[in-house]
Ligand binder design. Structure first.
Ligand code: ATP
Ligand code: MG
Ligand code: MG
Length: 350
């Protein structure tokens, strides 16, 4: 049997491994940190990305390599790509590792994004604030997630403090998008170029962290179509293989792309209990060269993240009918840490 290599052993790597096991594959996880979740269904190598020998041994032990985490260092990817196919490809990674490249790429496709300016000095930030106005959001170009590495500017007088918060890291100033709703599309593209999208979900964030995703998103059919077509354009432009998450703002002028994630996505966890083929199986199908599942939705679902002390609610959730629990097996509960999620399922209405 074939083996799927996964870079990153957090909950996404874990759920990918479980899906791979269901399709008859073994998985081998490469985990550079202390992520605790994935070895439930996979062999695991724990070593830093700088350990070239461990990385090459990992690559040789698998047939194809994918990832749950987009910030793998370029040198590590070079070593892997010399030995095994990497899916999705380097271009998708390069574009989504850097918010400036990502915005340039999206605008190049003719898609709408927040207005943005590159910021490499306090002067740059001053000029960017003059151009884009306030409120605006300063984000590190690389490595941010769950709202980390972001500062909001309410007025031009916030410039020095906001710039200092970046600690010298290259950053991007984004004009504030006045959205009525956040939605996301989980989209997939197969080796032969076919595309399948899941229905857009509505996302609610609290403190920069995804709290809930609701499908169907309460948006007109026209916007659902726009969202899915736009995701397809991104996939094709990247010659993408695998699952991609596209975060969107709904505005009076139409859809604005916030960011893309070249991997399975937290806002796609509802597919585990709303679809015949969920995003994890879809991703494994794509990277293993299978035909894609169709993405049809058979239920309405509210996906609720279990963050930190939300774990106290597990006994109650476990005895709630039509709620499916997905727990990540993390030993330690910390504030702001994603510990699991619950999918609340009901009959399809729309
Ligand atoms: P993730 O965990 O999704 O990767 P992240 O740290 O990359 O998060 P973003 O998605 O850039 O952060 O922003 C987090 C949230 O902040 C967005 O979902 C949105 O609610 C808000 N936000 C970000 N950028 C803007 C903007 N330009 N205008 C208005 N709101 C914004
Ligand atoms: Mg992000
Ligand atoms: Mg985001």
């Amino acid at each position: 049997g074939a083996t799927i290599g996964v870079l990153g052993g957090g909950q996404l790597g874990r759920m990918l491994s479980v899906a791979a096991a269901r399709l008859g594959y073994r998985s081998h996880i490469f985990e550079p940190g202390a992520a605790p979740a994935a070895d439930v269904a996979a062999d695991t190598t724990r070593a830093p990305y700088e350990d070239g020998e461990a990385l090459e041994a990992f690559a040789r032990s698998v047939d194809v390599v994918t990832f749950e985490f987009e910030n793998v260092p370029a040198e590590a990817l070079d070593r892997i790509e010399a030995l095994r196919p990497l899916r999705p490809n380097r271009k998708a990674l390069a574009v989504s590792q850097d918010r400036l490249h990502e915005k340039d790429f999206l605008c190049g496709l003719g898609l709408a994004t927040a207005p943005y300016r590159n910021v490499e000095s306090e002067d740059d930030l001053q000029r960017a604030v003059e151009a884009l106005g306030c409120p605006s959001i300063l984000k590190t170009r690389r490595l941010g997630y769950d709202g980390k590495g972001q500062v909001r500017l309410a007025a031009a007088t916030d410039v020095p403090e906001a710039y200092a918060a970046m600690q010298g890291a290259p950053a991007l100033l984004e004009g504030f998008v006045d959205f009525s709703m956040e939605i996301s599309v989980i989209a997939a593209r197969g080796v032969s170029g076919e595309v399948a999208c899941f229905d857009p979900g509505q996302n609610l964030h609290e403190g920069g962290i995804l709290r809930r995703t609701t499908v169907p998103a309460p948006i007109p059919a026209r916007l659902r179509t726009d969202a899915v077509l736009l995701a397809g354009r991104i996939l094709n432009a990247l010659d993408y293989v695998g699952v991609l998450g596209v975060e969107l703002f709904v505005t009076p002028a139409g859809l604005v792309v916030n960011e893309i994630a070249p991997r399975v996505h937290n806002s796609g966890h509802w597919t585990q209990n709303g679809c015949a083929v969920d995003q994890f199986e879809q991703h494994i199908r794509a990277v293993a060269g299978w035909p894609l599942g169709d993405g049809s939705r058979y239920a309405d679902v509210v996906m609720e993240n279990l963050i930190g002390d939300d774990m106290d609610r597990v006994p109650e959730l476990a005895s709630t009918p039509s709620t499916a629990l997905h727990l990540y097996g993390k030993a330690e509960t910390r504030p702001g840490r994603k510990m699991g999620h619950a999918n609340h399922v009901s009959p399809k209405t729309d």
